[in-house]
Ligand binder design. Sequence first.
Ligand code: LRH
Length: 504
Amino acid sequence: NQAASVLAADFGAGSGRVVRGSLDGRRLTLHEVHRFPNEPVQLRDELYWDFLRLFYELKQGIRKGTEGMSGRIKSIAVDTWGVDYGLIDHAGRLRGNPRHYRDARHAKSMNDVLEIVSEQELYAMSGVLPQQINTIFQLFGDLQDSKIKAQDSTMDPDADTRALFLPDLFNYYLSGEQACEYTIASTSGLLHSGEVKWNEPLMSRLGLPASLFPRLVHSGTVLGHLSDDLVRELYIAPMKVVSVGSHDTASALAAIPATESNYAFISCGTWSLMGVERDSPVLSEQALELGFTNEGTVNGKVRTLKNRSGLWLLQECKRQWERENRVHSHEELIQLAASAEAHQSVVSPGDDVFMVPGDMPKRIRQYCERTFQTVPETAGAIVRCILESLALEFRQTLDELEQITGIRPPVIHMVGGGVRNRMLCQFTANATGVPLIAGPVEASSAGNCLLQYVALGEVGGLSEIRDIVSASFDTEIYTPQDAECWQEAYGKYRKFNRLEQHQQ
Ligand code: LRH
């Protein structure tokens, strides 16, 4: 009597994986069957995702994940990073590769939109913090480049161009069904704040046609079945295609093994998303000023969070050192950081200068020079500076969460790849003065699998998911240490941040 399994495809901005999840009683086990790099392609001054390669990898994953399972895979679901989308024509053909959220065009598109609708209005209407990566700005850029026809242009053969967020695009080519899932759509800036509903008045003000997106569905919806063509091509048994929390962050948060209320979460990978789960969005002026956004959770509620750079700086430094033939393994870098001197310099990891790919060690040095700090020269000093800065930014975010919600979270749950970085976990507990519970690492895949079981009627809902995660994965607790020197470091961090803001 072997348990039925599901396949979860989790696409991150740097790599993707297909995982087979099996629920045996109340225990979920994950088995990674396929892992692959996700490398964007720069084409002149434009940056794209290689969608066809990603779809190829997805098929490889399905093939490997079904091997030897003789029809026991019930379903598949996809989750990806937020905001990006592909355009398809009336016949469902892909109209070019999806743009990358780090494409340089988006800064201009954002400014153009803000001439029509102010930041305050956008925030009040959508609950989403205006950031240049947001779908709303990217789509406006497409409109200006005539990739999308304006709302009032009738008689146009392209009038029924559709936009599908990346997970919805994968689902469409897997199943033939077009739908937008709530959590991924909530990253767009185009929903009514806190509601599962397209914001048509907002779209109309920008000239975006209401027909641009298909219907919205809740997380945990069975969309359809793997298309017959794919079943034949892959030589596998049929399976269902499910929309889970299609935004990777939403899937990751579903897999937080929380037993207490009012906890803060950090979902840490390339990005770090830190916030709290709530029944309704926070839309105050203060929340906007402090940079908080409101996105959707798998149970149709809201996560109020800060969307900031996570391990991106470290990943980019590593890439730069590789280009210079100074290859360091991740473990080596952490060891070097451990022996570097503490609290020498801090940067603001979310600063615009760190946004686009490039020579990150140089940009970090320049940042420190500009702010009259000790300039970190060695790899160890740079890595230490990045990890301390991230931890201090988490401290600031925790304070701000208290300011905007009136509640100080008594504990932090960290999930995602960042959990592997034990130094970052300990620094975060130290900087915030709050215990940190770390794990699971593969939270997005776990959340993805368990939402499929909800859609299949085998798991009851979110609180059952959390129980299963607690029973299935180990977590580690980090207790705060060295309060005094971290408090001092925090004072320094605040000072340099203010200095930076004044100079801009
Ligand atoms: C993290 C993430 C984040 C943002 C970004 C574009 O992987 O999904 O929540 O939306 O990618």
